[in-house]
Write a protein that binds this ligand. Structure first.
Ligand code: HEM
Length: 447
C-alpha cells in the first residue's frame, strides 16, 4: 500500500492482489463510499452519474442497474449482441480500414438498444457527441483542484471563478442527454415505446425507482458512456495482441475451430460460452496485459479501520493500482492467456481487478464479458490482421489520426466471407453494414 496526500484527500493505493482483496472485497461493507467530487459529479454530472456519487445517493441507482444487468435480463440481450456482432463482421468486410469504428459502432449500438430500446443512429454528430462526453467526463474526474479540496466549493459563488467553465461542460452533457432521452420518454408516455431499460427498468410503476425524471435519464445514459468505450477499447487491444503474438492468435483460432469447424461451418454464438475456455482466458489476458484502467475510482472508507497494524480514519480513499496488480505475476510483460486456464476462466473478475471490486464493482461486467467472448471468438474465427506500418504495442495513437495503429484486417477464406454475408442477410443488417461512415467532425471545446 502507498499513501498519497492529494489536496485534502488521503488516497491509499492498493498494489497487490492480497491487500486489494482484504480491503475492497472482505471489508466491502465499509469501503464502498466515494469521496466528494464537486466538479465531476455535482456540476458536470448534475449529481446524476452513479460512478461518482456517495453511497446515500448511489444505492438506489445501483439497485435498478443491477437488476437490469444480471440474471435472466442478460439472456434477453444476447440476441441484440449477436445481431450487432454479425453486422460488425459484415462491416469488417465492407469497411476493413475502419475496423476500429466497427468496434465502436458495435459497442455503442448494443448498449443503446438495451438502455433506450432503439438501435443507435450513428450520425457523425451523434458519434462525436458521445466521444466528447465520455472524454470530458473522464477527464473531469480529478482534473480540477476543487475536487481535491472539496471544501472550496462551499465558498460564496463570486469567489468560485472556475464554476462558469464547468457549468458549460455540464450543460452541454445535459443538452445531449436530453436530445436522446426526450423522444424516448415521449414514446414511453404515449405507450408506443419498445421494451428497454428506460421503459421497463426505470419508468414503469413496477420498477419502483424513487428518482425523478432527470435521475432516470442519467442512470440510463451513463450506461451508454460506461459500456461502449470500455468494450471497444478491449477489442482494439485484441487487434494489437493479434499483431504481437501470432502464435497465441493461432491457438485461439484452433480452439474455436474445434467447436465451429475450420471451414466456416458456423459462427461462434453465445451458446458456446461454456465450450471455449481459451476465449475467456484470452479476454482476461487482454485486460491484464493492457489494462484499460490504470486505477479504479476511489473507494472511500465510511468508518475507522484498523488493518494489520495500520489505522485508517473514516474518509480514507482506497484505489486499486491496476498496473501493479496486473503485473504481479510471472513474465508480466508477456501475453500468455494460458495463465488463466485454472478452471475459473469463465469468471472474468476472478484474479482480475479491471472491473473494480467489492460493492462498487462494474455493474455491467457480465454484459461486457459476453460481448468480449462473442466478438473475440468471431473475429479470430473469420479475420487475419496485418500491420500496414510501424506500431508500438504500448501506444494507441487514436487521438491524432482516428486509427489506433496501422493495421488491415483480411478475411480468412472465401467460405468465411460467404458465411458472414449469409448471416448478415438473415439478420437483416447486410445493407446497413455497407453504409459509409460519415466523417467525424473535429471538436474543439467552445466553453
Ligand atoms: C471491458 C469492459 C469494462 C470494464 C473494464 C469496466 C470497468 C469498470 C470499472 C473499473 C468501474 C468502477 C468500479 C469500482 O469503482 O470499483 C466500472 C463501473 C461501472 N461500469 Fe463498467 N466496465 C466495463 C464494461 C461495462 C459495461 C458493458 C457497462 C454497461 C452495461 C458498464 C457500466 C458501468 C457502470 C454503470 C458503472 C458504475 C457502477 C456504479 O456506480 O455502481 N461497464 N466499470
Amino acid at each position: 500500500m502507498t499513501t498519497l496526500h492529494l489536496g485534502s484527500k488521503t488516497w491509499v493505493t492498493l498494489n497487490t492482489h492480497r491487500v486489494t482483496h482484504e480491503i475492497i472485497v472482505k471489508r466491502g461493507s465499509i469501503t464502498n463510499g466515494r469521496s466528494a467530487y464537486p466538479i465531476a459529479s455535482d456540476i458536470v454530472s448534475h449529481s446524476g452519474r452513479s460512478l461518482v456519487l456517495p453511497t446515500a445517493q448511489w444505492s438506489e441507482k445501483r439497485r435498478v442497474m443491477h437488476h437490469l444487468l444480471s440474471g435472466s435480463a442478460l439472456k434477453k440481450y444476447g440476441e441484440f449482441q449477436e445481431i450487432e456482432s454479425t453486422q460488425m463482421l459484415a462491416e469488417y468486410i465492407f469497411k476493413p480500414k475502419e475496423w476500429y469504428r466497427n468496434h465502436y459502432r458495435y459497442a455503442n449500438s448494443v448498449i443503446h438498444r438495451i438502455a433506450l430500446g432503439e438501435r443507435f443512429i450513428m450520425s457523425a454528430q451523434n458519434l462525436a457527441n458521445t466521444q466528447r462526453i465520455v472524454a470530458e467526463f473522464t477527464r473531469s474526474i480529478g482534473a480540477s483542484i476543487i475536487d481535491w479540496f472539496p471544501a472550496l466549493s462551499r465558498l460564496p459563488r463570486f469567489m468560485q471563478p472556475w464554476r462558469g467553465y464547468w457549468e458549460k461542460v455540464g450543460q452541454f452533457h445535459l443538452d445531449v442527454y436530453r436530445s436522446w432521452w426526450d423522444p424516448v420518454k415521449k414514446q414511453i408516455d404515449d405507450g408506443t415505446a419498445p421494451p428497454s431499460f428506460a421503459r421497463d427498468g426505470l419508468l414503469s410503476p413496477n420498477a419502483k425507482f424513487s428518482g425523478d425524471d432527470q435521475e432516470a435519464m442519467y442512470v440510463t445514459l451513463q450506461l451508454i458512456e460506461a459500456g461502449s468505450d470500455t468494450t471497444r477499447e478491449v477489442l482494439n487491444c485484441f487487434v494489437m495482441a493479434a499483431l504481437c503474438y501470432p502464435n497465441k492468435f493461432q491457438r485461439l483460432r484452433d480452439e474455436i475451430d474445434k467447436v465451429c469447424g475450420s471451414n466456416a461451418e458456423r459462427l461462434p454464438v453465445l451458446a458456446d460460452l461454456e465450450n471455449i475456455p481459451y476465449v475467456h482466458a484470452y479476454a482476461k489476458e487482454l485486460l491484464r496485459w493492457r489494462p484499460i484502467f490504470i486505477s479504479t475510482p476511489d473507494h472511500m472508507l465510511t468508518e475507522d479501520l484498523e488493518f494489520e497494524g495500520y489505522l485508517f480514519p473514516a474518509g480514507t480513499c482506497f484505489a486499486i493500482n491496476e498496473i501493479a496488480v496486473s503485473y504481479e505475476c510471472e513474465s508480466p510483460t508477456e501475453f500468455i492467456p494460458e495463465r488463466w486456464l485454472d478452471g475459473k476462466e469463465m469468471d472474468i473478475t476472478h484474479g482480475l481487478w479491471q472491473f473494480g471490486g467489492g460493492r462498487r464493482i462494474c455493474v455491467g461486467y457480465k454484459l461486457g464479458q459476453r460481448s468480449l467472448f462473442l466478438n473475440i471468438a468471431r473475429l479470430a474465427y473469420c479475420f487475419d490482421y496485418h500491420a500496414t506500418g510501424p506500431y508500438n504495442s504500448k501506444h494507441m495513437n487514436y487521438e491524432k489520426t482516428g486509427e489506433p495503429f496501422p493495421v488491415m484486417p483480411t478475411i480468412r477464406s472465401e467460405a468465411h466471407r460467404e458465411l458472414i454475408l449469409r448471416e448478415a442477410k438473415d439478420a437483416g443488417v447486410l445493407e446497413e453494414a455497407q453504409l459509409e461512415y460519415e466523417s467525424i467532425p473535429d471538436w474543439v471545446p467552445e466553453y
